[in-house]
Design a protein around this ligand. Structure first.
Ligand SMILES: *Cc1c(COP(=O)(O)O)cnc(C)c1O
Length: 461
């Protein structure tokens, strides 16, 4: 093991170097992947030398999500203290279902969840759980909402036309989960959005009334705190009052930008969050922990027990339910995802988390400012969002992003809103500074001026 750890450190050194010298790995065309890298599994062991060479080759070709050239996704960068916690979690290899096996890590997970409940003002009956990703924390919230509406579903299955409401630009996990949980994709109502990408509450109420008239059974609304493309925030307060009127569960999907709860400057974006029934947030997005670190909190913890507990004598042998997290989780064996957030939080404090969040908005403002003052750019202006959407010189954004990637310049993606396609620069990597953001634009401009012909090649390919 000692030798493997030494080897691991060497590989890490190599990776860190690559992130500096080759921040955008040269992509391997899919039809050449298996002929470029030796990924085959053989009957005989791989000689040490080959093993090392293969691993370094894999590292070299892997997209560098922690580099200063990666803006492609809703995560990026690497924060040392969070990575440290995750590496420790791998070494300890605890499974989070029981106190007997996980020991103090149960307390660590509970501390993180209770603190989040405190910050959003959920009150003393609240609690939460970790699940492998925001899609799955949304799933847990949806199952709790379903069971609250009709407890017999747990045993008898869904036997009514239950309907749920989410904005047209909300995350795809909502309809997907509706299919998993027996509600059915056809019973998800996609509510219109306004010009800022926020759910249109008038339309929400119209749709609910339509369903009631048709004999359907509305049971929940999903509001989004940071939509996946624009980073828009639905108006929780207005949605909440509709939910109260019709007695619907309100979930807030804060997978992307729910971490604004840590910022005094930006928490107004989730005003009224304490009125919701459940809230999900991904620390691996805005808080910069390694993937995955996804939490769902619920105002009344009895719903967690109601939907997720199962007795199992072979598993629950010591301690009470409060300490046996398997009683309130989606999985049985479960990875320790709390430790990395706890090590980060413990080391920088809640004020440090605020700085992490604020930095991303500061970088987004720098990017927007640059775009506004440069006539070659068009900004699709969405203030208070860390998704900066723009186009450059009427160049097709899809072709531009693909050409930048194919020639190892930058990793940045494109998105669409109201039929306009644009480049989406996500300033979620907290380790970046102004110079990195300006360098993004420089790189893009140099690329276009020197290699416009390449875009032509991609176009005709
Ligand atoms: C990223 C995202 C999710 C899904 O989270 P995963 O951890 O990728 O499963 C859900 N909702 C929103 C709004 C997101 O941005």
């Amino acid at each position: 093991m000692t030798e493997d750890l030494k080897f691991f450190n060497e590989l890490t050194e190599f990776l860190l170097q690559e992130e500096q010298t080759n921040p955008v790995a040269a992509p391997i065309p899919t039809d050449q992947l298996y002929s470029t890298l030796d990924l085959y599994l053989n009957d005989e062991p791989s000689p040490d030398e080959d093993f090392t060479q293969i691993l370094t080759g894999i590292i070299k070709s892997t997209p560098k999500t922690a580099s200063a050239s990666f803006f492609n996704q809703l995560y990026g960068g690497r924060i040392g203290k969070a990575t440290l916690g995750d590496l420790l979690a791998v070494m300890l290899n605890s499974s989070m279902y029981t106190y007997k096996v996980a020991g103090p890590h149960v307390g660590i997970e509970k501390t993180v969840l209770h603190k989040i409940c405190d910050i959003i003002g959920y009150g003393k009956d609240s609690d939460g759980a970790f699940a492998p990703g925001g899609s799955m924390t949304n799933y847990m919230a949806m199952v709790m909402a379903r069971d609250k509406f009709d407890l017999t579903i747990r045993n008898k299955g869904v036997h009514n036309k239950m309907t749920l409401y989410t904005s047209a630009t909300s995350h795809y996990s909502i309809p997907k989960n509706a299919s998993f949980m027996g509600i059915g994709r056809d019973h998800v109502r996609f509510i219109k959005i306004n010009s800022l990408g926020e759910m249109c509450t008038e339309d929400l109420e119209v749709q609910i009334q339509n369903d009631l008239t048709e004999g359907n059974q509305p049971f929940m609304v999903n509001a989004t705190a940071g939509t996946t493309v624009l980073g828009a925030f639905d108006d929780i307060q207005s949605i909440s009052s509709i939910c109260k009127t019709y007695n619907l569960w309100l979930h807030v999907d804060g997978a992307y930008c729910g971490s604004v709860i840590f910022s005094n400057t930006y928490k107004h974006l989730v005003k009224g969050l304490e009125l919701s029934d459940s809230f999900s947030v991904n620390a691996h997005k805005m808080l910069g922990t390694p993937l995955t670190c996804s939490m769902v909190v619920v105002k009344d913890k009895q719903h967690l027990h109601q939907s997720f507990s199962n007795d199992a004598e072979y598993l629950y042998q010591t301690a009470d339910d409060e300490f046996n997290l398997g009683k309130t989780s989606l999985q049985c064996g479960r990875r320790n995802d709390a430790l990395k957030l706890w090590t980060l939080w413990k080391s920088v404090g809640t004020n440090g988390l605020e700085k992490i969040v604020d930095r991303q908005f500061e970088m987004a403002n720098i990017a927007r400012d640059y775009i506004i003052h440069n006539s070659d750019y068009t900004l699709y202006n969405f203030e208070e969002s860390i998704s900066v959407c723009f186009n450059y010189k009427d160049i097709n954004p899809k072709e531009l992003c693909t050409a930048l990637y194919d020639s190892s310049q930058l990793m940045v993606g494109y998105g669409t809103f109201k039929e306009i396609e644009f480049v989406r620069l996500v300033t979620i990597n907290t380790t970046l500074r102004k110079a990195d953001i300006l360098n993004f634009f420089k790189t893009l401009e140099n690329f276009v001026s020197q290699k416009l012909w390449m875009i032509g090649i991609v176009l005709s390919a």
